[in-house]
Design a protein around this ligand. Structure first.
Ligand code: ATP
Ligand code: MG
Length: 398
């Protein structure tokens, strides 16, 4: 037996100029994620059908629920092209909606591309509607705002399916190029990565650590977060960047109240170098306006000065509660709240000034000159690769 899913594409189709490229990307994203799992994809305007072995149904569903560009998906019943078989499948699909979700009102829609089928679309829909009404208690037809729609498609085979489940929507991974995600162990940056993965960015993550002042456990936490983000972007490299030398120099030469902002500027300088190295076109942070002292507009002007790449801050206008809700949804929250130290806290306990003088701050940063230490940090970075197979292992075990 095989399991079949209908896949609806959304925004992908709005990008008329490069629709072909987008559709191609989405298909190849699904293929790459399924990897060695045997599957078949059939393409129709605005939608695909994915067929896998029954034993891989849960895995395929996971892939579709996490693949940006997928607007929605639905398990499909494939049946013999006979009226009886189609009616039985329609009733089963309706029963599922009624019993699992308490839905009552419905309508049936039929598409018949095989004109040799004896009933026309209208007659097939009416007959299926009557059959559902007679077999499912409490069911009611509502053609305008039904609780659910049962769709029948009659082609080389007959397909019956209920409402689609939500996909991530957005754009297929990679169509917007590549970004450097500054990934700490906190709540915000993984969510920022997820949001930009949904806008079609492939991601490389950069994590700055201050070993031995920060622990291996702190790094393990970031690795676990990287796997969760990889579920959306298809795979990710994590650059574990040693920043002890940089922080030591800042501690030695900077005024204590300037240290936090200098460290942020140095991270940005390193992220810029990494972006050049891997061909990324933007840098992503989890900053949110005013959340902490280093995230005032004035301080962001200083911390972003070392880069000419756009610094994308998808959470800039987001409330913490909303960010936490997303973190829970994507499975990063429980990892983020594990109690391990952050490098910034260790070395920069002073509160930074909220409104620095831009030119003074920049000059102070330049006068310390961290370029040698920053270059060395990138050169000495450890690169960890997380593939989609790691994502599947994380979710389903071996
Ligand atoms: P988060 O929850 O993402 O850690 P935060 O609210 O704790 O964010 P900060 O610690 O001020 O805020 O960090 C702001 C942003 O700077 C983070 O969202 C992240 O993008 C980046 N950042 C901070 N520390 C690190 C680090 N050690 N490695 C990589 N990026 C970092
Ligand atoms: Mg943090």
């Amino acid at each position: 037996m095989s399991a079949i899913f209908l896949i609806k594409t959304g925004e992908v189709l709005l990008k008329l100029g490069n629709q072909r490229e987008f559709v191609h990307q989405m298909k190849s994203q699904i293929r790459n994620r399924l990897g060695a799992i045997p599957h078949k994809i059939e393409e129709y305007p605005g939608r695909f059908f994915l067929e896998v072995g029954e034993e891989n149904a849960a895995l395929a569903e996971f892939v579709l629920a996490h693949c940006p560009g997928v607007n929605g998906y639905a398990p499909v019943m494939v049946c013999a092209k006979t009226t009886e078989a189609i009616l039985a499948a329609s009733v089963a699909a309706a029963r599922h909606e009624a019993e699992s979700f308490g839905k009552r009102t419905f309508k049936v829609e039929t598409r018949r591309s095989d004109k040799s089928f004896p009933l026309d679309s209208y007659s097939m829909s009416s007959l299926a509607g009557e059959t559902i009404l007679s077999q499912i208690e409490g069911a009611q037809v509502d053609v305008h705002t039904p609780d659910y729609v049962i769709t029948i498609e009659i082609r080389e085979r007959a397909y019956v399916y209920g409402p689609t489940l939500p996909g991530p929507r957005g754009l297929p991974s990679g169509v917007s190029g590549k970004g450097i995600l500054m990934l700490s162990g906190g709540i915000d940056s993984p969510v920022a990565g997820y949001m930009m993965a949904r806008r079609g960015l492939a991601l490389e993550a950069a994590y700055f650590h201050t070993y031995p002042y920060t622990s291996i456990e702190a790094q393990k936490k970031v690795e676990a977060l990287a796997v969760k983000i990889a579920a959306f972007c298809g795979g990710i490299r994590l650059w574990v960047i040693p920043f002890t030398e940089v922080q030591m120099k800042i501690k030695k030469f900077a005024k204590p109240e300037a240290a936090t902002i200098m460290l942020r500027s140095a991270m940005m300088e390193a992220a810029h170098a990494l972006a050049l190295k891997v061909g990324a076109s933007c840098i992503i942070t989890g900053e949110s306006l005013g959340q902490v002292a280093s995230q005032t507009a004035e301080n962001m002007r200083v911390t972003q000065a070392p880069t000419t790449f756009p610094v994308l801050r998808p959470l800039i206008g987001t409330d913490k509660e909303d960010t936490i809700a997303i973190a829970r949804k994507i499975g990063t929250f429980d990892i983020s709240i594990l109690p391990y130290e952050d490098c910034c806290v260790l070395f920069s306990p002073e509160h930074p000034v909220l409104k620095p003088n831009f030119h003074e701050a920049i000059n102070a940063y330049k006068s310390i000159d961290l370029s040698a230490e920053v270059s060395a940090s990138i050169k000495n970075a450890e690169v960890l690769r997380f593939y989609y197979s790691d994502v599947l292992k994380d979710r389903f075990g071996n």
